[in-house]
Design a protein. Structure first.
Length: 128
């Protein structure tokens, strides 16, 4: 399970928002759906972008929780709400940035749902 989290996390932090397109133009990648340029951009539920949001939120919450408990010395009851809160703020800030400055100028509620899923998974992992 750890190797899966690391692999997804590295893909999340690679600096690219989508997986590379297949080398052969006639062949589609299993991660990237080709959308004609004339169509309006869509926000599918099952997209690599959502994997990035879930992964980032999961890792940010875990990292914040670990830092606050192990390095700062806070108790779990105090550290967990702060870790969740900071993750939510960062996710919302990212969506506001996408809406006002980003290339597509789109606020995605689905990205926020993916962030929430990452937070819930992290909280579940912390409370094991």
């Amino acid at each position: 399970m750890t190797w899966l989290l690391v692999a997804v996390g590295l893909g999340c932090c690679a600096g690219t928002s989508e997986m590379p397109v297949a080398a052969n133009k006639g062949q589609q990648s299993m991660w990237l759906r080709t959308v004609p340029e004339s169509s309006t951009p869509t926000d599918p539920w099952l997209a690599y972008d959502k994997v990035q949001h879930v992964t980032f939120s999961f890792l940010w919450t875990l990292g914040s929780q670990y830092t606050l408990e192990q390095k700062v010395g806070w108790q779990r009851g105090r550290a967990l709400p702060v870790a969740v809160g900071t993750t939510m703020v960062v996710g919302m800030a990212k969506e506001l940035y996408d809406w006002k400055v980003g290339p597509r100028r789109r606020f995605s509620y689905r990205d926020l749902v993916a962030n929430g899923l990452g937070i819930v998974l992290a909280v579940g992992f912390i409370l094991l």
